[in-house]
Design a binder for this molecule. Structure first.
Ligand code: XMP
Length: 507
């Protein structure tokens, strides 16, 4: 198997690098810069990419990796900080550039296998420091006005560096650098594809689980469905799936999801009604992080009990994907919110461990994998729904009345988006119980009722999103219907915040 490790030094675009490598046809994993040589080597290794990062290489506490990576006999490509790190390790000199470069920057490139095909003369820069003296054995292969070594190469030792960000869409043809690195420098065949991926993941699951049994947390969404099908393909009936109704589902959701699973997937599923239990634990809780932690813990407790009833299951399967991991906080990235299945998990779980085959992937990659596994289109393209459900769409404390208002308004929104033919064009859309009350006038009477927020966003991977430009007549109809049909709502507001600076969910 061909495999590239991307070592994470804390830059903003790191997840994109791993993804570009997969798009170029080689399986890749993003590992923290502190990963051990054994983890980096794994069962196979074709090359290593060092990412960008916010540090200065000479600063106290600057991120470093085990320099044993340079003796593994595989090519290494450093990007931005990664390039400066290579220069420092091999005796070059790095300085703060007199003129910093941000954004689109003209560049002159030499004819070198790494840069072949990049003839537009523009790259995306984002740096304060630059390499000012190259280590022995390296030669410059690109320069900009203010950066004499915008790319360098030591072909004998197969060490390469680029100061610019080839992984972002703003570097025209930037993806070619990954292709060139993989094919011409690492010698990869670049044959990785979603179907090849399924086989590889099935083999990994078998190796992890051995002869044990697995309990699968199935939510009705694409991630847990794809993860369950993979595990089912790997271990068959030793997988039992649990669908928990925590009382925070959308209108008709439990029936819809169970119907889907029974009709579409040949999985063994147990339906647990835990509505009372979750809602009583959440009563009076207003803090979003506390809600997430309570839900994460309660889910695990339910799974532990179900495992016991079944006579034991050693592993818990979750459909965790990469944005859940990165937003919950990593060694290098800040905690944005604790996703229930990562940061919201209790420390003590009554299982040997977690099976999370999709932990390295983005939603659109999971969808491609789902399609390659033959999972029904309607299930693969369901809009994402967070595990904590409506709990993080009712701002403040959760009550049955608020949930009911939220469900009704959300149902209307979903009906209208579907009727407008936008269900697959808009990434995610839902209503929010804002908790805010305001004055209105209805039927000549004063009202003092709730405001419902409408959120609709477009995205490819949930990492960055734009608010969706829904047609005004559609927004008008949604507003009229929600106010007309849902008791105690007298105002509807549309959320026009992108991510960043907002997040998709309000909590
Ligand atoms: P945010 O709100 O962080 O959401 O921009 C990104 C995507 O993740 C979903 N989300 C979650 N999914 N458990 C989940 O399974 C969670 O705790 C969680 N929090 C957010 C969110 O709906 C969006 O699709």
């Amino acid at each position: 198997m061909e495999r590239i490790v991307v070592l994470d030094f804390g830059g903003q675009y790191n997840q994109l690098i791993a993804r570009r490598v997969r798009e170029a046809g080689v399986y890749s994993e993003l590992l923290p810069h502190t990963a051990s040589i054994q983890e980096i080597q794994g069962e196979s290794l074709s090359g290593i990419i060092l990412t960008g990062g916010p540090d200065s290489v000479y600063a106290k506490g600057a991120k470093a990796c085990d320099n044993g990576i340079f003796s593994l006999g595989v090519p290494v490509l450093g990007i931005c900080y990664g390039m400066q790190y290579i220069a420092k390790v091999f005796g070059g000199r790095i300085e703060a550039a007199p003129v910093r470069e941000y954004g689109r920057t003209p560049i002159r490139m030499q004819d070198h296998p790494l840069l072949r095909g990049l003839d537009s003369g523009i790259v995306w820069m984002n740096h304060n420091d630059s390499v000012f003296a190259m280590p022995d054995g390296f030669s410059a292969i690109a320069e900009t006005e203010h950066c004499p070594f915008a790319a360098f190469a030591d072909d004998a030792r197969k060490l390469y560096g680029i100061q610019f960000h080839a992984e972002v869409a703003h570097t025209p043809n930037g993806a070619l650098i990954f292709r060139n690195f993989l094919k011409d420098i690492c010698g990869c065949a670049c044959t990785y594809s979603p179907s090849g991926l399924a086989d590889m993941l099935v083999a990994q699951i078998r190796a992890q689980v051995g002869k044990d049994r697995v309990l699968g947390a199935l939510s009705g969404g694409v991630d847990s469905s794809v993860a369950s099908v993979l595990v089912h393909n790997a271990i068959g009936d030793r997988l039992t799936c649990i669908f928990v109704d925590h009382g925070l589902l959308r209108q008709n959701e439990a029936e819809e999801v169970l119907g889907f699973y029974r009709d579409q997937l040949n999985l063994n599923i147990i339906h647990v009604d835990a509505r009372e239990r979750f809602l009583s634990k959440l009563a009076g809780v207003t803090d979003p992080e506390q809600k997430r932690k309570i839900i994460g813990t309660e889910f695990v407790r339910v799974f532990e009990e179900e495992a016991k009833k079944l006579g034991g299951a050693e592993w818990l399967l979750q459909g965790t994907i990469y944005p859940d991991v990165i937003e919950s906080g990593t060694q290098t990235g800040a905690t944005i919110k604790s996703h229930h299945n990562v940061g919201g998990l209790p420390k003590d779980i009554g299982f040997k461990g977690l099976v999370e085959p999709l932990r390295m992937f983005f939603k659109d990659e999971v969808r491609a994998l789902g399609e390659s596994l033959g999972i029904a289109h309607a299930l693969v393209w369901r809009q994402p729904f967070p595990g904590p459900g409506l709990a993080i769409r009712v701002l403040g404390d959760i009550t049955e009345e608020k949930l009911s208002i939220l469900r009704q308004s959300d149902f209307i929104l979903r009906e209208e988006i579907a009727a407008a033919g936008l269900a697959e064009k808009v990434w995610q859309y839902f209503t929010v119980f804002t908790g805010m009350r305001s004055v209105g006038v209805m039927g000549d009477q004063r009202t003092y009722d709730y405001a419902i927020g409408v959120r609709a966003v477009t995205s490819t991977d949930a990492m960055t999103v734009e608010w969706a430009e829904l047609p005004y007549p559609l927004l008008r109809r949604i507003s009229e219907r929600i106010i007309g049909e849902v008791p105690h709502v007298n105002r509807v507001v549309y959320d026009i915040t992108s991510k960043p600076p907002g997040t998709i969910e309000w909590e």
